[in-house]
Design a protein. Structure first.
Length: 256
């Protein structure tokens, strides 16, 4: 294959996996297995290089953001299924339909990818909290809404194809790692704080008992939810996640 053809094929591959503004002549040369001056001779200026790469991305309706998202989504499933120690970046790349080089382009190591996934998952949990709380307390029958919420969460964890709960406790098991510990501490502190703020507002509206400190109540509620899910992982045949939501909602409602 002629150098020009090798260079153009390399550009197509790189445009799929990397942001066009970060692809240099040296990167293209390495991918095409030619000298960087050969790339410069055939492609020309940096502006023309970027224009070609951007053109390929638009032509294929693809963005490097999609690549990073694919990696994170693949990592979410892979870490949950095999655990941190059992997961390799080769597996993450294969499940995402990408090359290992694409994974390393966005993440420096398996630990780096795991930390990003940890932060992303806990951030989403915090962001979803206000809406879920609003749905419960704006519902005509609030206890029924609470039951539906628990039922939805427990059903998702009970599904064979759902790795949500396994991934969550994989994060907890890695808390001995200093960086993971710091992220977990920060994220859970934010989660408890956000929950307590919502509970405090509800107390002011007399929709939740004011006899209990809202911050303490937030810890109790999350501990109850996660404790039940943990027990279902330890003893799946003894914890009826699909049917326990009714009793759990009664306990929480009467308690709050």
């Amino acid at each position: 294959m002629k150098p020009y053809d090798r260079i153009m094929n390399a550009l197509k591959r790189l445009s799929i996996e990397h942001p066009y503004e970060k692809i240099t002549n040296a990167v293209v040369a390495k991918e095409a297995e030619v000298h960087w001056t050969t790339v410069r001779r055939h492609i020309g200026s940096k502006e023309r290089l970027k224009k070609i790469l951007l053109g390929y991305q638009i032509q294929n309706n693809h963005s490097y953001v999609d690549t990073k998202t694919k990696i994170i989504e693949s990592a979410e499933k892979t870490f949950a299924r095999y655990g941190y120690e059992g997961t390799t970046l080769d597996q993450v790349a294969e499940n995402a339909g990408l090359t290992k080089g694409a994974v390393y382009w966005h993440f420096s190591s398996k630990s780096d990818l795991f930390l990003v996934l940890t932060e992303r998952s806990l951030k989403k949990l915090i962001e979803d909290l206000p809406q879920k709380s609003k749905e419960i307390f704006d519902f005509a029958c609030q206890m029924e809404a609470l039951r539906v919420l628990f039922e939805s969460e427990f059903r998702a964890c009970a599904e064979e194809k759902s790795d949500k709960s396994l991934l969550f406790f994989e994060f907890i098991s890695k808390r001995r790692d200093k960086e993971v510990k710091e992220k977990l501490n920060t994220s859970f502190s934010q989660l408890f704080k956000k929950t307590s703020e919502i509970l405090e507002e509800l107390q002011e509206k007399n929709r939740v008992t004011s006899d209990i400190n809202p911050y303490a109540l937030s810890i109790i509620l999350h501990a109850l939810m996660n404790g039940i899910i943990l027990m279902s992982i330890v003893a799946p045949n003894s914890v009826p996640l699909r049917t326990i939501s009714n009793d759990v909602s009664k306990v929480v409602w009467n308690f709050s």
